[in-house]
Design a protein around this ligand. Structure first.
Ligand code: GLY
Length: 592
């Protein structure tokens, strides 16, 4: 470089770094932590892929301190509660799949923790005409704090104060509004502008704090000291702070607010909160394409549905080692998706309340039968199953983690729709979920997305609503982790995670695998959607009845089908390729 220019160039670079720190709120990622700055990066020893950079960094800080994948996942989750308040948080619930093949503290662990929300009322209340989609009757008993603390206590290695510290700092110091936050906030603003009645019919959330109602701008900094206070209380007093202490009382008050105005009683009680218990479950394990897959069992539909899709493809002779899209294989994948989603709608629910035939659905004979029924043309919808479709959402977040001990966590959490129920627990700066909308409404009234589900999924006290969340870990023949994945996006979680894992099996690196355009079908409604940029030749053949298979394509320009957070073992031994879906703007972080 010309010497004369060196100081100027140096100054420019320095200014750019400062500007990006200011714009994107990148505080130092922490000692020993490397933060990617791009959506995909390779890390030598451990990695965290969350849909916000600060959450990835929080997790990686735990790895740098010697913590394991569970410590990292818990730290990332509490931080997401601050920086992605429309996607997940302490007012919601989730699932965590843990695989620690050789943890220095816990030895071998393969388990799944269900901390999904539960119903506080049953179908008779639901049948009385209340809204299970919005407002206080849409709120199910939150499980996130109980689940995270359970995971930390049983499978983590660091203390509560340590893993919660980054989240508390993030809440006090603030985070910067990025495009994803902006879109979520403006989406809500638009909804409320179109229907001003909604504003008064719901409890208020901390609107001002989240700078909604059209005033939010990309680059604004949002601090949330009330939420920091909630996290401090949980760090100090544990679960009791959330279920019995000031936070629990604030939740009950937020939901009872209308009763004071003598409109109607109800909501969640302190007993509901205290009675909530996370459930440790055996994950679903299966072998596909010679690899071990570990997924979440019901009440998640994610593991069963994804494995059914992949197994049907396998039975049809799919070449998993080739990621190149071909007309015939994309057609088979769509048909496998439709069969599996039809089964999801008909058979899946909370196994503690309904008979859920997981083994039968994944049984080789059932898979062969379904595979044999797939021909070259599309069938009428009713030939895939009976009429029981499902829901969509925007309020979910996934975190993938690998640690230096070979351990992995796939964790997906949700408050259901963007900003959940929109009921805010104002003194503590967070919103409550609207997970009741994931149940089937007794009137068979379609949910917020015009869809219904099966009777098995009707609300009952203590029941978990059926979920699409699909946290997944893939192992090699020796039981070592080769991929960790999961997504947000309602039913698109299942299709997007499936397609990304197909890309990984086909040899793509993590960045390519998440960036590739995707498709979505969920059996009913009979609508096939493609992201813009999808292979146009395939799209034309599949959609043209004269040339191809007669699929009913309704959209060729979807901007995002799911948001996948992925970690893949580098085939050249360089460590871990981590990729945060560019559709939501996350950045991975890790340790070398
Ligand atoms: N609320 C999204 C899901 O659990 O599927």
């Amino acid at each position: 470089m010309n010497k004369k220019w060196t100081p100027i160039a140096f100054l420019c670079v320095a200014l750019c770094v400062v500007a990006s720190l200011v714009l994107f709120g990148c505080a130092s990622p922490g000692k020993g932590v490397r933060s990617a700055g791009t959506f995909a990066q390779t890390f030598a020893r451990g990695a965290v892929a969350a849909d916000h950079e600060m959450a990835s960094q929080a997790g990686a800080q735990m790895l740098a301190m010697g913590g394991n994948a569970v410590d990292a996942a818990v730290a990332a989750s509490f931080t997401l509660s601050v920086v992605r308040p429309y996607s997940c948080g302490i007012g919601g619930g989730g699932f965590m799949v843990i695989y620690l093949p050789d943890d220095p503290t816990h030895g071998f662990v393969s388990t799944a923790i269900n901390y999904r929300e539960t119903a506080p009322y049953d179908q008779s209340v639901a049948a009385s005409g209340i809204s299970m989609s919005n407002g206080r009757y849409s709120v199910a008993v939150p499980g996130t704090v109980a689940g995270l603390l359970y995971a930390l206590e049983h499978y983590g290695t660091l203390d509560r104060e340590t893993v919660m510290a980054p989240a508390i700092t993030a809440a006090y110091d603030g985070f910067v509004v990025d495009e994803s936050f902006y879109r979520a906030a403006m989406g809500l603003h638009e909804k409320y502008t179109k229907n001003p009645g909604l504003q008064t019919s719901h409890m208020r959330m901390p609107w001002e704090k989240f700078a909604l109602f059209g005033r939010v701008k990309i680059g604004d900094r949002i601090e949330n000291p009330e939420h920091a206070r909630a996290l401090e209380l949980i760090a100090r007093d544990g679960l009791d702070a959330f279920t019995q202490g000031q936070i629990g009382q604030a939740i009950v008050d937020a939901l009872a607010h209308k009763a004071k105005r003598r409109i109607r009683g109800g909501g969640i009680t302190l007993d509901d909160l205290a009675g909530y218990t996370p459930i440790e479950m055996q994950p679903i394990e299966t072998t596909i394409a010679g690899k071990g897959f570990i997924g979440m069992p019901p009440p998640s539909s994610g593991g069963v549905t994804m494995f059914e899709i992949l197994k049907i493809m396998q039975a049809k002779g799919h070449n998993f080692s080739d990621a190149k899209l071909k007309n015939a294989s994309v057609h088979v994948m769509i048909e496998a998706i439709k069969h599996s989603f039809a089964d999801r709608a008909r058979y899946l629910a909370d196994p503690e309340f309904a008979d859920v035939p997981v083994d039968e659905l994944l049984d080789e004979e059932n898979i062969r039968r379904l595979a044999a029924s797939i021909g070259t043309s599309v069938k009428p919808s009713q030939e895939y199953g009976t009429h029981e479709p499902l829901v969509d959402d925007a309020g979910t977040s996934h975190v993938s983690v690998v640690d230096p001990f070979g351990g992995a966590v796939a964790m997906t959490e949700t408050i259901n729709h963007a900003f959940g129920s929109r009921v805010g627990v104002e003194p503590f700066g967070f919103v409550l979920n609207n997970e009741m909308d994931d149940f089937t409404h007794p009137s068979a009234r379609p949910n917020g997305f015009g869809l219904v589900q099966s009777k098995k999924n009707m609300p009952e006290v203590g029941k978990h609503p059926l979920s699409s969340m699909s946290p997944t870990i893939v192992l090699d023949e020796d039981g070592q982790v080769i991929a960790v994945a999961g997504a947000s996006g309602g039913p698109r979680i299942i299709t997007s995670t499936t397609q990304v894992l197909l890309n990984v099996l086909g040899g793509m690196d993590a960045g390519q695998a998440v960036a590739m355009p995707r498709l979505h079908h969920q059996w009913l409604p009979d609508e096939l959607r493609f992201e813009s940029g999808y292979n146009i030749h395939i799209l034309n053949v599949l959609g043209n009845p004269l040339r191809g298979y007669g699929h009913h394509i309704t959209d060729r320009n979807v901007s995002a089908i799911g948001n996948v957070q992925l970690i893949v073992r580098d085939p050249d031994g360089k460590g871990w390729q981590a990729a945060c879906d560019p559709r939501k703007g996350g950045r991975p972080a890790g340790i070398d």
